[in-house]
Design a protein around this ligand. Structure first.
Ligand code: PMV
Length: 331
């Protein structure tokens, strides 16, 4: 089963009514319980479920239009050559959907600072799939959009929704049950601070990093049971608004993910000295009674988790911090 087969399963029998242009927005997301490791590389089917928080108004806006003669790709108003990594990932994805050899102009804009080190593939593929749905007039359901977005990037399956989102691993070989679902709970006081330690391309992308870890890290064997426990705790924390349980579980989950990478060979370490300095600061703040926790993806930048009532001490410790309000859409 390849990507094309899955797309045929979803689009088979759907009517098509092609427009000339369509656009869509999708939010970025940060996993509180991480996706790390695939059981199927081609379809981006995960070993475990994962759970994320969408970043409100921070994300990707994408417009897709039918072109006359050739594909053209724009990122943040700059045209990207087809040899560049961005286009080399996007064009093969577009190829999966062309029904009559049509060409596209894709204009994509991230409204978070690119330097903030927030993942753009999640919101990018989600926005693209929602825009394609409109362009072709497929009228797909959200779970079908989630599957299509997953074929672009695993974490994109979660960016179809806002708020807390669980991506259920599913059991099926074709991945038709490996979809994200939105959780009903809101948490308006929740804040996320983005500490940018280093901008730019990371040395080892997540695809390569998770493959290596799953293949040869002894510690990876304990990852699925860790996730199972953490997912239960995070869901309970969301249900009961228990911030300490949410923060502790998210921080521990992120550190455990990084531990599996460190135990891989060649070892994977995404942290910089400044990353450790942020951890240290958070731990000192907690020791001083300030409820603040962190999470970190496969990169050096740290995301702080705290509640609105702690804004002052947090800003005192992290001057110029970029603060996201996931449930408001504004700062
Ligand atoms: O969706 P990908 O292939 O970029 O992988 C994302 C992996 C992490 O960001 C480290 C974890 C996650 O769940 O988002």
């Amino acid at each position: 089963m390849n990507k094309k087969d899955v797309i045929a399963l979803i689009l088979g029998g759907k009517n098509e009514s092609l427009k000339s242009t369509a656009s869509a927005f999708a939010p970025s997301n940060i996993a509180l319980c991480k996706y790390w490791g695939k059981r199927n590389e081609e379809l981006n089917l995960p070993v475990t479920s994962s759970l994320s928080l969408s970043l409100g108004h921070l994300g990707t806006e994408t417009r897709i239009s039918i072109a006359q003669d050739k594909d053209r790709i724009f990122l943040n108003d700059h045209e990207i050559a087809k040899e560049e990594p961005f286009s080399r990932r996007l064009i093969p994805f577009l190829d999966l959907f062309r029904s009559h050899g049509e060409k596209f102009i894709v204009e994509t804009k991230n409204n978070f600072p690119t330097a903030a080190g927030l993942a753009s593939s999640a919101s990018g593929f989600a926005a693209l799939v929602i825009a394609l749905n409109d362009l072709y007039g497929w009228k797909l359901a959200e779970n079908e959009l989630s599957i299509l977005a997953r074929l672009g990037s695993g974490s994109a399956s979660r960016s179809i929704y806002s708020g807390f989102v669980e991506w259920q691993r599913g059991e099926r070989e074709d991945g038709m049950d490996s979809v994200a679902v939105a959780l009903p709970q809101q948490w308006p006081e929740l804040r996320l601070g983005v500490v940018t330690v280093a901008a730019g391309q990371k040395a080892v992308d997540s695809r390569t990093g998770m493959k290596r870890t799953k293949e040869n890290s002894e510690l990876y064997k304990s990852w699925p049971s860790k996730v199972e426990q953490d997912l239960q705790n995070i869901k309970a924390a969301i249900q009961n608004r228990e911030f300490a349980l949410l923060g502790k579980t998210a921080e521990s989950n992120a550190l455990a993910m990084h531990a599996t990478m460190l135990a891989a060979w060649p070892p994977l370490l995404y942290w910089k000295p400044e990353t450790l300095a942020v951890f240290d600061k958070v731990w000192k703040m907690r020791a001083a009674g300030i409820p603040i926790y962190f999470t970190i993806d496969a990169g050096p930048n740290v995301k702080l988790l705290f509640q609105e009532d702690q804004i002052n001490p947090v800003m005192d410790n992290f001057t110029g911090l970029e603060i996201v309000t996931p449930f408001h859409g504004k700062r």
